[in-house]
Design a binder for this molecule. Structure first.
Ligand code: UDP
Length: 319
């Protein structure tokens, strides 16, 4: 007898990573139910999908989530994730991490589905340990402006572990480090889309601080492969997913100027409060457990992303 088609629910399906995960799972033959309230996501990220296996539902996951029929997997991706977004909607960000996570995991429990929480490297705060491995507990300012995201995600991890230990829900937690690629919003405020947009428009690239702070950038297709492998693993504790190649933000800006061939200069602006100084994932665990590591070099990933942005910005002008 043929195996029944697997059903995956994705919260935040119209977001940057969520929409790529929809594509990935549909290509693997899953039925996908995508939930979003379009607060930071957009239907434009889903409009290319032409599949009878895909259903979109406009749902705010801070309300009760009701879905008919069997569900096998719940990928909980929904949350504002750019500092600009979560500073604009701080209380909603807290609510999504707390109430939204509880509802999403409640759905998994009810359906006896496997649950994956998309957590974040922000749980490490401004880290005092470098690179960051999963056993580091982090250095988060609980009352700083970023705390609405950091603490909400820490609470979401706590909730997930409690449901796993006390309620027997089959859970996974991934900690996503900086990820980039097509479908990031040009105005979401993050370094990669901001610099690309500025470079393509021959505007100054706005580097915050002196640009010596570091991040490590993972291309979205690599990340999505890691997310899927984590879901298919049998491991309940957090797993870092990210690219260990570490760049200063100044270097990132220079690379983008070089690849776009832009005439832009770099200008330096004030560093936001609690902006982490250094960030690089230790991915030994993901390598061992999931046989996963990123395959795309940053130069290659940026080249793809830049050509997507060129098309996107040209289309924007026509709309
Ligand atoms: N950043 C910058 N200019 C910008 C946007 C961001 O210099 O226009 C810096 C930001 O201060 C941080 C780094 O780039 O040090 C990465 O920021 P992003 O918002 O992309 O991600 P996160 O801070 O969440 O890692």
């Amino acid at each position: 007898m043929a195996e029944r088609q697997k059903v995956s629910v994705i919260t935040g399906a119209a977001g940057f990573i969520g929409s790529h995960l929809c594509d990935f799972l549909l290509a693997r033959g899953h039925r996908v139910i995508g939930l979003d309230n379009l607060n930071t996501g957009t239907l434009r990220n889903l409009e290319h999908i032409d599949s009878p296996d895909f259903v979109y539902m406009n749902v705010d996951i801070t309300d009760f989530i009701e879905i008919d029929g069997q569900v096998d997997y719940v990928y909980h991706m929904a949350s504002p994730a750019s500092p600009v977004d979560y500073l604009q909607i701080p209380l909603h960000t807290l609510k999504v991490g707390a109430v939204g996570t509880r509802n999403a995991i409640g759905l998994a429990k009810w359906k006896r589905a496997r649950f994956l929480l998309a957590s974040t490297s922000e749980v490490y705060g401004d880290p005092e340990v470098h690179p960051q491995s999963e056993d580091y507990w982090g250095n988060v300012n609980p009352i700083g402006p970023r705390s609405v995201y950091d603490e909400a995600k820490r609470y979401a991890e706590t909730t997930t572990m409690a449901y796993q230990r006390q309620q027997g829900v089959d859970t996974r937690i991934i900690r996503i480090f900086n990820t980039y690629g097509p479908r990031m919003r040009p105005h979401d405020g993050r370094a990669v889309p901001t610099f690309i947009r500025q470079a393509l428009e021959d505007k100054h690239l706005t580097v915050f601080g002196d640009g010596s702070q570091t991040r490590s950038f993972c291309y979205v297709s690599d990340l999505v492969e890691g997310i899927y492998r984590a879901m298919m693993s049998g491991y309940h504790f957090p797993v870092n997913l990210g690219n260990p190649a570490e760049y200063t933000i100044r270097k990132l800006a220079e690379l983008i100027i070089e690849i776009t061939g832009s005439k832009s200069d770099i200008i330096y602006q004030a560093l936001p409060t609690d902006d982490p100084r250094r960030r690089r994932p230790d991915i030994s665990l993901a390598k061992k457990l999931l046989d996963w590591e990123p395959t795309l070099k940053v130069e290659e990933g940026l080249t793809h992303t830049i050509s997507w942005f060129k098309e996107y910005l040209a289309e924007e002008q026509l709309r």
